[in-house]
Design a binder for this molecule. Structure first.
Ligand SMILES: [Ca+2]
Length: 544
């Protein structure tokens, strides 16, 4: 029942003093909260502005705002053939660029030309598209499979202008395999693996196989270049790269892929550069040194052009070799082995990054990095998408390079090539073959451990320079087909530990076996006489 109206008034009168105090208390509390809100409001606004401005700053930061990407790939350039590794060869431009940026001292590539380029272009191991055997041969109908997505294709989707100058070596038997069809807007260069530096013909007098075909291999877009006979390729490619830089539309970011012919065989260098090393008696050493110095000068000229045209400040510049020096041509000292071997001399690479966009510059990185890592790394810094790509073997290592963060990579599958398996009859014993066929040519890096199996060229330690030529051969049983090394402690691969650590060997073989289960069969078609340039106007090009 409701109380009579008078009763409430009486109650107010009775407890008036108490209620007035309560009202004052409530008012004070309300004012307090209002003041608190007022006091907090500007803090929230300023916090919000700080976050917003940070976001805006992050988004607009050049590091992730589609920087220009310039990737210089040297060919068959040895570990010891750069100034900062102690070489007698003069490489002032490369030394300076590396010192300003980040030297990658635990950086790996593949041991031969095509596979390194395949993995750079796809971010995927070659076992995953059937190119685990040898290189793309100029008269065999194969190439980087067309369903593999390439780096320039992805960058182009993201608005990049894509330029390539130099050596392709990823297939051309059909037009669809050529650079313009694989993501490049501009292409000036050659399609095969090697040729004469002046005539641009493959092969020239250096060919050992008389059955190999001869022909011109130099194109501008898809047209043969007939007027550069006599222009040394390192000079030619640098001038074409500078021309593309000069003509670049600055409203778009640029991807310039510059795989020089240098310093792949044949060893040929202009006289004026040979003069710089005239005190060296060994002609091969003198010529190779001169070729490296031309390359160094070319890189200096390209970077100067990027600065002149206002592109350098927002450029990520990468220098890498595609594999170690060939035996007797260049030096991988003190590493074991050379090009076309899975020893460190074949796969541990000269590489560095220079960019104003690096957060911590002027340092050496010991982080494990592989050439397949550039694909996701460069797509990340270019705000590119991985949509449509196949499962990657590469890792995004930008933070590792830029800030020194730990590398996300802990393993590298150097290769598994079943076509290079030795006959089991050649082995008097076959250890662990129930886990992995140890007669197969393979190598795996996991942490500091490296395991090699099968038919390995034994390599050796060759120290070649202006006044010395020393060669140590490994002392091993001829039927040896398993090696285990701790690369951190023994980067020269001198102390095989496979007998001492059988559990680690077994673990590594199980990992190799797991990788092998993801492999597709190697594709190695026979030579095709229809490739002969004599049938195509003396020009190497598509024949099917
Ligand atoms: Ca090479």
């Amino acid at each position: 029942m409701a109380p009579p109206p008078g009763g409430r008034r009486v109650s107010f009168i009775r407890f008036g003093l108490l209620h007035r105090r309560a009202v004052v208390f409530c008012a004070l509390v309300a004012i307090f909260f209002i003041l608190m809100q007022w006091a907090k409001l500007p803090i929230n606004v300023s916090y919000s502005r700080r976050i917003t401005s940070k976001r805006i700053k992050t988004v607009s930061r050049p590091a992730i705002n589609r920087p220009n990407i310039v990737f210089v790939l040297a060919d068959d350039y040895g570990w010891n053939d750069i100034g900062y590794h102690g070489s007698f060869i003069r490489t002032p431009n490369l030394d300076s660029l590396a010192s300003e940026g980040v030297k990658l001292e635990n950086y790996y590539v593949q041991p031969i030309c095509s596979p390194s380029r395949e993995q750079l272009m796809t971010g995927r191991y070659q076992i995953h598209y059937g190119l685990q055997h040898s290189v793309i041969m100029c008269d065999r109908p194969h190439g980087l499979p067309l369903d593999e997505v390439t780096l320039p294709q992805q960058l182009k989707k993201n608005g990049y202008s894509t330029y390539m100058v130099g050596k392709w070596h990823l297939g051309f038997f059909r037009k669809e395999y050529m650079p313009l069809q694989r993501g490049f807007d501009r292409f000036y260069g050659y399609l095969t693996g090697g040729e004469d530096y002046w005539t641009h013909r493959k092969p020239s007098q250096y060919s050992k196989d008389p059955s190999e075909y001869q022909g011109l291999d130099l194109r501008d877009q898809d047209k043969p270049v007939l007027d550069q006979n006599g222009t040394y390729s390192t000079h030619l490619f640098a001038s074409k790269a500078i021309e593309m830089i000069s003509n670049h539309d600055h409203s778009k970011p640029m991807f310039l892929y510059l795989p020089f012919q240098a310093v792949h065989g044949p060893l040929e260098a202009p006289k004026e550069y040979m003069e710089q090393y005239k005190s060296i008696e060994n002609t091969l050493v003198r010529t190779y040194a001169a070729m490296v110095t031309v390359l160094d000068e070319a890189v200096g000229n390209v970077t100067r052009a990027l600065k002149t045209h206002g592109l350098w400040d927002n450029t990520v510049f990468i220098f890498s070799t595609d594999n170690g020096a060939k035996k007797g041509k260049g030096s991988n000292w003190p590493l074991r082995g050379w090009k076309n071997t899975l020893w460190e001399g074949g796969v541990r690479a000269v590489g560095f990054v220079n960019s104003n966009l690096l957060e911590k510059k002027g340092r050496i990185s010991d982080a494990l990095i592989h050439i397949s890592d550039w694909f996701p790394t460069l797509l990340r810094i270019s705000n590119g998408s991985l949509t449509g790509t196949k499962p990657l073997d590469g890792f995004d290592v930008w933070n590792t390079i830029s800030t020194g963060a730990l590398s996300p990579r802990t393993e590298i599958l150097h290769n598994i090539d079943p076509l290079k398996a030795l006959s089991s009859l050649q082995f008097s014993y076959k250890l662990y073959s129930d886990v992995f066929n140890t007669s197969v040519y393979a190598a795996l890096r996991s942490g500091d451990w490296k395991l090699l199996t099968g038919s390995q060229d034994r390599g050796g330690w060759k120290h070649q320079g202006p006044s010395h030529n020393m060669f140590d051969k490994p002392k091993e049983q001829p039927d040896k087909h398993i090696w285990l090394f701790n690369i951190r402690n023994d980067p020269q691969e001198k102390n095989d530990l496979s007998d001492r650590y059988p559990v680690i060997v077994l673990d590594m073989l199980e990992k190799l076996s797991a990788y092998n289960k993801t492999a597709v069969p190697p594709f190695w078609p026979p030579r095709d006489p229809r490739a002969n340039p004599a049938l195509h106007g003396d020009l190497w090009g598509p024949w099917i």
